[in-house]
Unconditional design. Structure first.
Lengths: 353, 353
């Protein structure tokens, strides 16, 4: 089969990690008889520099005409002083909205080989950590009406509608069925009308999934529970803002933020795949970046958008094997590791496919 | 001197921990020649049961006529199914607003004797943890206009005005001057108009405090940094919603949530003081609760509202001494501790005054 992949290399370490991951994908193509046609498009800082806007229309059009999008990382200090709607982040928010990518899947898992890297005590980590955060991605206070009242004040509208909550709730319940069978919906229903509404819709959708366990936590409590008892979680279902905070907290607890992929999905099979870490401008272009989160994002792409399960398993297995062989990029190295650069890490993974 | 204290014992373990703390305060009065006149008033669940509303007007009036308010904890499962504005939390939010308590000071500190209780590895804890979260308490999405659009959706308005941000920023900068000299303002300025406004006002106020270091973090990054590098923080300045989440996360990292006090302050010296933990209905009335967070809240009251510094120091010293003697309530006990109940813990502290 032939698949069309739109590629946004992005800023900072984006190009390096994406290039390493494309080589992995090419090797998968060779091995299983697929071809991947890449179309490189611009967004974020690179697009601001080249076209004066963080999200050129051409980028949206080409992404829409593709089977999936692979993204490196956007942003950097160079563009930090631009006004809100001209910054790299506006490109990221814009592309999510334009492509209808309402479901952000962020697995926070501990890699057995890297368990010492977790900031949590081993009595809390126990035999691992494996939480899937299902974050709503195109609603909430991110996209509600914004107002600036001169020098006197400003506001953003937090809101959710029924269809928005229904569809993200279904993604969470469906995911839980394939995992531990439990959804924890996180809100602030003791204060927010939006949260009370969210909770009522989640309760309705739960009736379609009598086999999935459901509980509810307030966001402040969830932020605490993640730290002292992460094992209680299987799938965390939450809105855009709380999901931003909790998924980052959860991923940091694994100690392996350079390893964690993410998927942003829409209604069909189409999706955008990217590492959860940022563009790390301080080490850009030095062949020091860890490409694993992007390589694992490619595996998610094969699994979710292209339906190529064996291929995805192959990549994930090769990453595990490479870690077991002791190869590490600088960010995850300890005294016993064989430190490799971004390019070499990619090659090691390929040799283990 | 004679001081008027309004006392809201509250629900669950509230009455026990407040009574133990009042005895400590009485002893301080005896020792230093002050009298404390207590007026007990109702809020939360107890007020719902007695008066059908979580915040009777009489409570507000008596609090306003006092020098300070001492609060136990509000809420419990008994009242969880009431509509939003009839729940115990509405009493808490209502009292903050009615009394103009815009500045919530939440110290998250590690007690040397309890350092093993932190979920963080000791390499991260290092020689302690001492962060002061300064949370704005009467604005933000908590108090913006709420709308319910029938079955179809709901919204809450997030907003801040200049005077609201100015006054809380000053509290944070003033606090930093008395501590480590650093303020970290937390927002989501890459997405929210409210946050961009917040940041611009904080930058202006910072000019009045050239001796205080200021930096800015996005809330998702702050949630991560707390877990891997809490030592970078001295004072965290943030809005109501982010403050709710981050202060709970920070306090959990100390492993001593049963030990942490808080102050909610208004324009003058008046304030409300309460432990940050909840009403723990599961252990209510069993003499198992840890009164230390409330006792330390009394110390904050002496310091901030009554200007009685020596008295506050005396209480804090007595708590430290009691811990050093090995006395622990169940929540903070380990195999070597002398486990005592709520009443006895209060007595031990008094004997160490
Ligand atoms: C860069 C920023 C706009 C973005 C977000 O808040 O969604 C990022 O933090 C993320 O989580 O992908
Ligand atoms: C009970 C709730 C309304 C309250 C809040 O969110 O402010 C609590 O979590 C707190 O932090 O004091």
């Amino acid at each position: 089969m032939n698949y069309k992949i739109a590629v946004i290399k992005g800023d900072g370490i984006g190009p390096e990690i994406v290039e390493a991951s494309m080589k992995v994908l090419d090797k998968i193509g060779e091995k299983y008889g697929h071809t991947f046609d890449y179309t490189e498009v611009l967004a974020g800082g690179a697009a601001i520099d080249a076209c004066g806007t963080p999200l050129p229309q051409e980028t949206v059009d080409i992404c829409k005409a593709s089977d999936a999008v692979l993204l490196g990382a956007l942003g950097g200090p160079k563009w930090d002083n631009l006004p809100g709607d001209k910054r790299p982040e506006a490109g990221l928010l814009g592309i999510r909205k334009a492509l209808g990518l309402f479901a952000n899947l962020r697995p926070a898992m501990l890699f057995e080989e890297l368990r010492d890297a977790s900031p949590l005590k081993s009595v809390i980590i126990g035999d691992g950590l494996d939480v899937l955060v299902v974050r709503e991605l195109t609603g909430d206070v991110y996209f509600g009406e914004k107002k600036k009242d001169g020098d006197f004040g400003a506001s953003d509208l937090m809101n959710y509608t029924r269809p928005e909550v229904e569809r993200i709730a279904r993604v969470a319940f469906d995911s839980a069925r394939k995992r531990g069978g439990k959804v924890t919906s996180v809100d602030k229903a003791n204060v927010l009308e939006t949260s009370r509404f969210w909770r009522s819709v989640v309760l309705e959708i739960a009736k379609e999934y009598p086999d999935v366990e459901l509980d509810h936590l307030y966001v402040d409590n969830a932020a605490m529970q993640l730290v002292i008892n992460p094992h209680q979680f299987d799938v965390i279902l939450t809105g855009n803002l709380f999901g931003d905070i909790l998924s980052d907290e959860a991923s940091m607890l694994t100690g392996s933020i350079g390893m964690l992929p993410s998927a942003s999905l829409g209604e069909g099979k189409f999706g955008m795949y990217e590492p959860i870490h940022g563009s790390a401008p301080d080490i850009a272009g030095q062949d020091k970046a860890n490409p694993i989160a992007t390589v694992l994002s490619v595996a998610m792409m094969l699994r979710y958008s292209l339906g190529l399960t064996a291929e995805a398993d192959n990549i994930e297995g090769a990453v595990k094997k490479t870690l077991a062989q002791g190869y590490r990029t600088g960010d995850i190295a300890n005294e016993n590791s064989d430190v490799v650069g971004c390019v070499e890490m990619g090659e090691k993974i390929i040799s283990n496919l």
